[in-house]
Design a protein around this ligand. Structure first.
Ligand code: IDP
Ligand code: MG
Length: 149
């Protein structure tokens, strides 16, 4: 089963959307195997978003992502990277389809509520940045017999 890293960004926490977002992930059938609420350290945020270091929005992105508590998760399931990107919707909420998190709850690319890894390689890198192995739980969900053929 594939794993991905998901974050409810500080805007999602401030707007009381954590439960809604967790609920969508759970109802889709994806399994949360690690979860934490904390204020991400600046160095951690810079490592997480390292690929964007040269982009003009990088300083404001780092300032925002470290501005208050966010919720970090490791989410597991069949094709979880691709599925979570689809659950989140397009990066720019203006382009995000209704029914996606960004399409239902966001308007501005700099306040797009959620993050999810964009490839299995990025997921492995991001999970290692945010979680120790001992913080990730391996368990079965009883509904897996219904979710998977
Ligand atoms: P993603 O979150 O859908 O993977 P990325 O292109 O990796 O999108 O960008 C990371 C984050 O940086 C976005 O979620 C968004 O919050 C922010 N961002 C991306 N492009 C812009 C921009 O043009 N202006 C402001 N913020 C941006
Ligand atoms: Mg990205």
């Amino acid at each position: 089963m594939e794993q991905t890293y998901v974050m409810v960004k500080p805007d999602g926490v401030q707007r009381g959307l954590v439960g809604e977002i967790v609920s969508r992930i759970e109802k889709r059938g994806l399994k949360i195997i690690a979860m934490r609420l904390n204020v991400i350290a600046e160095a951690t945020a810079k490592e997480h978003y390292g690929e964007h270091a040269e982009r003009p929005f990088f300083p404001s992105l780092i300032e925002f992502i470290t501005s208050g508590p966010s919720v970090s998760m490791v989410v597991e399931g069949k094709d979880s990277v691709k599925v979570m990107r689809a659950v989140n919707g397009a990066t720019n909420p203006v382009d995000a389809a209704p029914g996606t998190i960004r399409g239902d709850f966001a308007l501005d690319v700099g306040r797009n509520v959620v993050h999810a890894s964009d490839s299995p390689e990025a997921a492995a890198r991001e999970i290692a940045i945010h979680f120790k192995d001992s913080e990730i739980a391996a368990y079965s969900r009883v509904d897996e017999v219904c979710l998977y053929e």
